[in-house]
Design a protein around this ligand. Structure first.
Ligand code: HPA
Length: 268
């Protein structure tokens, strides 16, 4: 794992001369941030040694380096999900690579089902905490270079960035919610009772990504900011049949608002 990480790092260093400090992982349907990016270079995942390749519709597979406003960023266009059959080591491989490349701040977005009864489709939720119901990505051999064996998780999401995002949202007049994200494996969506259960245990939103990457990033000392776009509701009385296409459509509608929020956050 350590050797594979180092090989991927050397390869990317050859392609990207100056590595930015901030990385962004684009979630489902939120690819429009790329339209605002002044691209310096792009590296296909499939050319990077040991990098997994994305298989889901709506997820491209590129590492893009460029300027968002006046700030240089490294963008992961396409991420890896556990439900695709990747191991947790594969899902989180790019995070370790990015840390070794010099990234110190990670911004993650995702699409999620809203369980808080106040939420509506299209809402943006700043993630303040999470509940992990997936296999933990840190299970297995411990490499000291990746961080502690038993990482503290009492302050996983940067309170500094959360506060900045709140202020930016007010200035931009973009309403935002805050809450707890529950990470599930998928690929099935929840039954009504599963939504009810996840709400009872403290979840405001549920989705199939983010938590593994955040755990690994936090273990490595990366500052994390994460945000969900609510694409459907798991609220009693409001549960409807929906498809992955509906998720993408709902996320795309909210994307411009989320994009301006993120651009402001990283340029603040
Ligand atoms: N459940 C799980 N994952 C999701 C959902 C959901 O309702 N919506 C978008 N991703």
């Amino acid at each position: 794992m350590l050797t594979a990480t180092k090989e991927a790092v050397s390869f990317i260093r050859e392609k990207i001369k100056e590595i930015p400090k901030t990385a962004i992982i684009l979630g489902t349907g939120l690819g429009n941030i790329v339209e605002h990016l002044e691209v310096d270079c792009a590296v296909d995942y499939k050319t990077i040694p040991h990098f997994p390749v994305s298989t889901v519709e709506g997820h491209a597979g590129k590492l893009i380096c460029g300027k968002l406003g006046k700030t240089r960023v490294l963008v992961m266009q396409g991420r890896f999900h556990f439900y695709e059959g990747y191991s947790m080591q594969e899902v989180t491989f790019p995070i370790r690579v990015m840390k070794f490349l010099g990234i110190n701040t990670l911004i993650v977005s995702n699409a999620a089902g809203g369980m808080n009864p106040d939420f509506q489709v299209g809402d943006i939720m700043i993630i303040k905490d999470h509940i992990n119901t997936m296999p933990n990505p840190l299970i297995g051999k411990h490499h000291r270079e990746f961080g502690e064996r038993f990482p503290d998780m009492s302050q996983t999401y940067s309170s500094n960035l959360i506060q900045k995002a709140r202020e930016n949202a007010t200035e931009l007049q973009i309403p935002v919610r805050e809450g707890c994200y529950v990470g599930v494996t998928g690929p099935t969506l929840e039954t009504p009772k599963e939504y009810e259960y996840l709400r009872i245990i403290g979840g405001d939103a549920v989705g199939m990504s983010t938590v593994p990457e955040v755990i690994v990033a936090h273990q490595m000392g990366i500052r994390v900011f994460a945000v969900s776009v609510i694409t459907d509701l798991g609220v009693p009385g409001k549960i409807r049949k929906f498809t992955h296409k509906d998720v993408i459509e709902a996320a795309e509608k909210t994307a411009p608002k989320l994009t301006s929020l993120i651009i402001r956050l990283i340029n603040g």
